[in-house]
Design a protein around this ligand. Structure first.
Ligand code: AGP
Length: 604
């Protein structure tokens, strides 16, 4: 996610802004910039890459101004570059933004048709233009900002400067994080508490669709009708490390909890208000006869789910291969094969090599990645970016569910292209996808139930995860999550395979985690669980809310909302993520940096 800071007071603001941005480095970024009002005019410096690249610009800037804004960019629209770095200026207005403007394409083309000139590929720049247009029509800053935000669809946290106002800045928020810091004779805005916690611990949290005017002695908050709202500052007593994790004990737990927002951001800008998918910028070839998905680890399990999705919607055969196997097995490929690579980091060596190998055959390669301009997207024919934001915990969580969202949208898109999916059905599926973030929230809100279950089984020396169909890869993923952060051995298995060997393992010392939602496989999985129970096995069942039958079979039960079978994995994965997290936390392992593992495996 991008990071925003702003300051107005009596001090030279440039070093305060730079310090604030450095405290947001954990959010990940690929460029940075600062704007300061000097003699009533906004002066901007920017640099690509690490924040340290901005320091020489800052040292030679000679800034003395006391009001300014700063930004670290995690690219979502437009490659990492100085031109695309924030802040962005149009006329008298300079803006920094964290979030995604879903309707920026139509707004930008309208603005261009009115003669507006753009200097970046970002969605943010349209905001500066819209506010500048409002001012040129005689609106006050607040009126111009309100008129702008009313026309936006999507998410935003904004910092705004206007030439001629030497000690005032403005802010606005809708769904993206923004806080206001208060102190005597100076005030702050920031994306997150770490940016300002060395300067004040008195913080106000604005709500969605609010606009804020900040001067050295006053913070005024308004709704979109510009009615003033009173809000009392809160005192934050976090230490710096806790603050970076947003108050969570580990980044992994924070990232599990961020999944609704991450999925919403990944969906935003890819579905229209009529619930149609639009794949602008991703021109898939016409004559796709076969799909081959290549990935590693958790991303490979996402690929297994993508197989079920695409074969169900597009009726095209899909194979899924470990990248480390694919690259050496002399695969049979041709121009009718669509290669989909999945990689959170976009840097995994095996996947990168596999994509390069695949391209030699002339196959079209689509990368699904979470890092704009990382190596795998750069060597691919086209890229579908997830917008999970930086994933710090080594164990992948929010990136995984965003990969599933991207695969689902690709499956619906392919289904329409091949004619095997009716428009009406496609709209129904996309409509159901829209409900997933709130269903995720309801599961995360019940996390304490998983914590109780984790406490009960934390001393087990092995686990078996079983499921069928689209949830079989979630059994694999759940086992991997547990293994990689708790160091307890676990195995995922198709439930139908129990009788071919694994049932010999069953006794009261081997807990069986079963993903058993009410879908077409339900009765089959219940029969497998009966066999487990008959042999004294303990069952931790993840089932659909309202399912009373499973309660008689399971030793422990966690229930999740119902959804379309193709979308179930986006929900069933959350309890297994939480189970692995809590067991590991109880065991005291290094949850965010487990032994022997790296976040991105850039070596063979
Ligand atoms: C997942 O929890 C692991 N950290 C690991 O399996 C990871 O998914 C794998 O290394 C692939 O990484 P990538 O998605 O960045 O390519």
């Amino acid at each position: 996610m991008c990071g925003i800071v702003g300051y107005t007071g009596s001090k030279n603001c440039s070093s305060i802004l730079f310090e604030g941005l450095s405290k947001l480095e954990y959010r990940g970024y690929d460029s940075a910039g600062i704007t300061v009002i000097e003699n009533s005019k906004a002066i901007t410096i920017k640099a690509q890459g690490k924040l340290s690249n901005l320091k020489p610009e800052l040292d030679k800037s000679g800034f003395t101004g006391t009001c300014g804004i700063g930004h670290t960019r995690w690219a979502t629209h437009g490659k990492p570059s100085v031109e695309n770095a924030h802040p962005h200026t149009s006329g008298r207005v300079t803006v920094v933004h964290n979030g995604i403007i879903e309707n920026y394409v139509e707004l930008k083309s309208h603005l261009i048709s009115t003669g507006r000139i753009f200097s970046s590929e970002t969605d943010t720049e349209i905001i500066a233009h819209l506010i500048d247009i409002g001012l040129s029509k005689g609106k006050t800053p607040l009126e111009a900002i309100a008129a702008c935000t009313v026309s936006l669809k999507g998410t935003w946290a904004l910092g705004i400067l206007i030439d001629g106002y030497s000690d005032t800045l403005w802010a606005a928020r809708n769904q993206s994080p923004l806080i206001l810091g208060t102190s005597s004779g100076e005030n702050f805005i920031a994306s997150d508490i770490p940016a300002i916690m060395s300067l004040t611990n008195s913080v106000i949290f604005p709500e969605d669709n609010e606009i804020i005017e900040v001067s050295p002695d006053k913070i005024s908050i308004f709704n979109e009708q510009l009615e003033e709202i009173r809000r009392t500052p809160q005192t934050i007593l976090w230490n710096p490390v806790t603050a970076e994790k947003g108050g969570y004990k580990h980044f992994m737990l924070k990232e599990i909890s961020e999944q609704p927002r991450a999925l919403s951001d990944t969906i935003a800008g890819r579905i229209t208000s009529e619930d149609l998918i639009y794949f602008d910028g991703i021109e898939l070839p016409l004559n796709i006869k076969r799909v081959l998905i290549i990935a590693c680890g958790t991303s490979y399990y996402a690929g297994l789910i993508g197989k079920y999705m695409i074969e169900n919607t597009a009726r095209i055969p899909v194979e899924v291969d470990f990248a480390s196997e694919f690259r050496y097995r002399n695969p049979v490929l041709d121009a009718n094969t669509l290669i989909i690579s999945i990689s959170q980091s976009g840097e995994t060596a095996d996947t990168l090599a596999a994509v390069k190998e695949a391209r030699k055959s002339g196959a079209f390669t689509l990368s699904i990645s979470n890092v704009i301009n990382s190596q795998i997207p750069r060597v691919s024919s086209s890229s579908f970016y997830t917008h999970a934001g930086p994933e710090i915990g080594v164990a992948s969580t929010k990136a995984f569910t965003c990969q599933l969202g991207a695969l689902f949208m690709t499956a619906v898109h392919l289904g329409i292209k091949t004619g095997s999916l009716e428009q009406k059905e496609a709209i129904r599926l996309v409509g159901e996808l829209r409900t997933i973030p709130s269903k995720m929230h309801s599961i995360i809100d019940q996390g304490a139930q998983i914590k109780v279950i984790a406490r009960r089984y934390m001393s087990s020396t092995g686990f078996l995860y079983i499921a069928r169909g689209l949830n079989y890869p979630i059994a694999l993923e759940g086992a991997l999550k547990l293994k990689e952060i708790s160091y307890i051995h676990a195995e995922g298995y198709p439930a139908g395979e129990m009788k071919h060997g694994p049932i010999a393992l069953i006794d009261e010392n081997l807990p069986v985690v079963s993903i058993v939602p009410k879908n077409g496989y339900y009765q089959k999985v219940v029969s497998n669980l009966e066999e487990v129970r008959a042999r004294g096995g303990k069952i931790i069942a993840i089932a659909t809310r309202g399912d009373s039958e499973i309660a008689d079979i399971a030793t422990d039960l966690f229930q999740i909302p119902d959804t379309d079978p193709l979308l179930e994995p986006l929900l069933t994965v959350i309890p297994v993520q939480l189970l692995a997290y809590y067991i590991s936390d109880f065991k005291g392992t290094d949850v965010d940096q487990p032994r022997n593992l790296a976040k991105s495996v850039t070596v063979e």
